[in-house]
Design a protein around this ligand. Structure first.
Ligand SMILES: C[S@@+](CC[C@H](N)C(=O)[O-])C[C@H]1O[C@@H](n2cnc3c(N)ncnc32)[C@H](O)[C@@H]1O
Length: 194
């Protein structure tokens, strides 16, 4: 099955290091099981008031669980019109005080600025990761990245400037997430141009 379709409206460099790229990268919708979302946020011992971004937020379940059950502020980017409608319905069904913790952007995730993110949730294919380099560069050094199901290859990890710190799994490891952080600058291939 072909999972992604990439359409670029202008030429970009190898991994699109410019933040001005507006690529349309279409992942088919596939939701994360709610028990994985809960297990990950529980095991990361997230703190109330922290900010989680979900890049490609689908029906908004990650945002809802983060805000409603863990007291996080949650920001979602979603490009699919149908999904964003479902996501808005999810939001409207929540108590007002929870709604206030959630923001949804009908916007290309490749334009996201993650400067204020404590946690970034990404459920995307490995093919997507190289195009996320410029987005990850906007994270703070201590931002936690949650990569669902797929681990980037070694070269891409170096380009993204991240290291995988642990793997959290559920249901006999049939569902899992890699927990990553940005590399210290001196060890980063991206930063040193390796
Ligand atoms: C695998 S689903 C994950 C949904 C949700 N994060 C979850 O874990 O339940 C990926 C989502 O990314 C969205 N998506 C794909 N390309 C996107 C883009 N360029 N910008 C924003 N959202 C995008 C899709 O519409 C889809 O809803």
């Amino acid at each position: 099955m072909k999972w992604i379709k990439i359409r670029r409206n202008r030429k970009i460099n190898q991994y699109g290091s410019s933040r001005k790229i507006f690529s349309q990268l279409l992942l088919p919708y596939n939701p994360t099981p709610e028990d994985l979302i809960r297990t990950v946020l529980h095991e990361l011992t997230v703190k109330k008031g922290q900010v989680l971004y979900d890049l490609g937020c689908g029906d908004g379940r990650v945002l809802r669980i983060a805000a409603e059950e863990f007291g996080l502020h949650a920001v979602g980017y979603e490009i699919d019109t149908t999904r964003i409608q479902v996501c808005r319905e999810t939001l409207r069904s929540l108590p007002l005080k929870i709604q206030k913790k959630i923001r949804i952007f009908e916007q290309d995730l490749f334009t996201a600025d993650l400067n204020k993110a404590d946690l970034v949730y990404i459920y995307g294919l490995p093919d997507v990761f190289p195009y996320l380099v410029h987005v990850i560069q906007t994270c703070q050094p201590d931002t936690i990245l949650i990569l669902v199901l797929y681990e980037p290859g070694e070269t891409v990890k170096r380009e993204m400037g991240i290291v995988i710190e642990r793997k959290i799994s559920i249901r006999n490891a049939s569902w899992f997430a890699y927990i990553a952080k940005k590399m210290e600058k001196e060890n980063s291939g991206a930063a040193t141009g390796i």
